[in-house]
Design a protein around this ligand. Structure first.
Ligand SMILES: *Cc1c(COP(=O)(O)O)cnc(C)c1O
Length: 419
């Protein structure tokens, strides 16, 4: 059974202050997750997690992560500005963008961020934009084809198709790119790859590490470039469904260490730093969406209408993603009712759950949608004139803090020009 990190009495008190819907984050859980990740990679002195800002671009969250030693992984102008405002500086910022506008490279360079190039043509673009190439530079690799792991009777444990993804250099472009960057003045090199998303497997990072470590050794040998860091990027997943096992981050760190000892150490590259850019793994389970039941509708199906909608949490509408739902106060009641739990958008995909077995729901019940801490609030939008909700932090001492106020109609109208 999936447990909430908040109790019904706590939520009842919160809803006196913060109207539903709102996103709630668990500070204790965030710190615990960051420490477990750091411990798992403590064998690598240069290790750093660059939190993927797009997953949860909220100052209070970014500051907690910074206190835990994380950097920030940005992919846009405003994410760079946000990271700067939250105190990240210099190489604490990774800039992994694609189809990048010139002004974003300029700001990344001013902040001293590590620039992770997505494409071979961006070498010239960066040179033209900055008038030089930074001494530290990273390139994103795309091996093409299909990436598969862990074949069993049910199929592959992890499967994705890098060959269809728009990101990264081909292997040949990477070798040529490193030579070119070196000739233009780059001195410290990194490589990066993101081959599969939301993996539930302790083998994804070690398998990716194996690919990147071999590539790094080849690159250093053939181009003479000094590979200083290898960025395993994001993709370590979380169990959204109650029957899925959780990843074991200690086992993942150990798996990467074995590849490191096997490949990089014999190549004389034992001083390479390992970087990660996890978003979902860091924050997903440490956030939830709190919503209240407003209406029931009995037609061809049984609908439960709530005050949150896809504008607050897009994943179910966009990907058909599963988010577990707890009916607060009825945790131990039998799940003997079948419901579609829906929001109010004029879009028939605005359904948080379809044919979900839940306890009998009453009007006014508080529902917790689990695992919305990453790619939840941040994917929100204003369709149908819906306003973005507040974000609230549940602090370690049990108190709460408003960390983003809800949008008001004034915010909504503020960009409109009436004459
Ligand atoms: C989205 C993204 C991440 C984070 O991915 P998760 O699935 O949240 O771990 C990391 N790096 C880059 C470049 C990304 O685009």
């Amino acid at each position: 059974m999936k447990k909430t990190f908040v109790t019904l009495p706590q939520l009842q008190e919160m809803t006196q202050t913060y109207p539903t819907p709102f996103h709630l984050y668990d500070e204790a859980g965030i710190r615990r997750t960051a420490r477990q990740l750091r411990d798992a990679f403590s064998w690598n002195p240069g290790f750093r997690e660059y939190f993927a800002v797009k997953a949860t671009p909220t100052p209070a969250i970014l500051k907690i992560l910074r206190q835990e030693g994380c950097g920030a992984d940005c992919s846009s102008l405003t994410e760079l500005m946000l990271s700067d405002k939250c105190g990240f500086s210099g190489e604490e910022i990774m800039f992994s963008s694609n189809e990048t506008p010139a002004e974003e490279y300029v700001l990344a360079d001013q902040l001293g961020a590590i620039i992770n190039l997505d494409d071979f043509t961006h070498i010239d673009f960066l040179q033209e934009t900055l008038g030089r190439i930074p001494e530290t530079i990273s390139c994103r690799f795309n091996p093409g084809g299909v990436f598969q792991l862990g074949e069993s009777e049910e199929g592959f444990q992890v499967m994705d198709t890098p060959g269809d993804s728009k990101y990264g250099f081909t292997r040949e472009q990477l070798f040529e790119g490193f030579r070119k960057l070196k000739a233009l003045g780059a001195k410290r090199f990194g490589i990066h790859a993101f081959l599969a998303s939301n993996t539930i497997s302790n083998d994804y990072y070690p398998a990716l590490a194996g690919i990147l470590f071999r590539l790094a050794a080849d690159l250093e040998r053939e181009t003479g470039c000094d590979v200083c860091f290898i960025n395993l990027s994001g993709g370590v997943g979380i169990p959204y469904r109650p029957d899925q096992p959780a990843n074991d981050i200690a086992a993942i760190g150990e798996g990467v260490r074995r590849q490191f000892e096997e490949i990089l150490v014999p190549a004389g590259m034992g001083d390479v730093a390992i970087y990660t850019e996890l978003g979902r793994y860091m924050l997903g389970p440490n956030g939830c969406l709190v919503t209240r039941v407003l209406h029931f509708k009995h037609t061809y199906k049984e609908y439960v209408g709530v005050d949150a909608c896809a504008a607050n949490l897009m994943r179910p509408a966009m990907y058909g993603a599963y988010h577990h739902i707890t009916v607060m106060g009825k945790e131990n009641a039998p799940c003997d009712h079948k419901y579609d739990v829906v929001g109010s958008l004029c879009e028939n995909n605005d359904k948080f759950a379809v044919d979900r077995m839940l306890p009998e729901i009453e009007r006014g019940d508080l529902l917790v949608l689990h695992d919305t801490g990453a790619h939840g609030f941040s994917m929100g939008y204003n369709y149908n004139g819906k306003l973005r909700s507040a974000e609230v932090l549940l602090r370690e001492d049990g108190s709460t803090k408003l960390i983003r106020r809800a949008e008001t109609p004034e915010d909504y109208f503020s960009t409109m020009l009436f004459d």
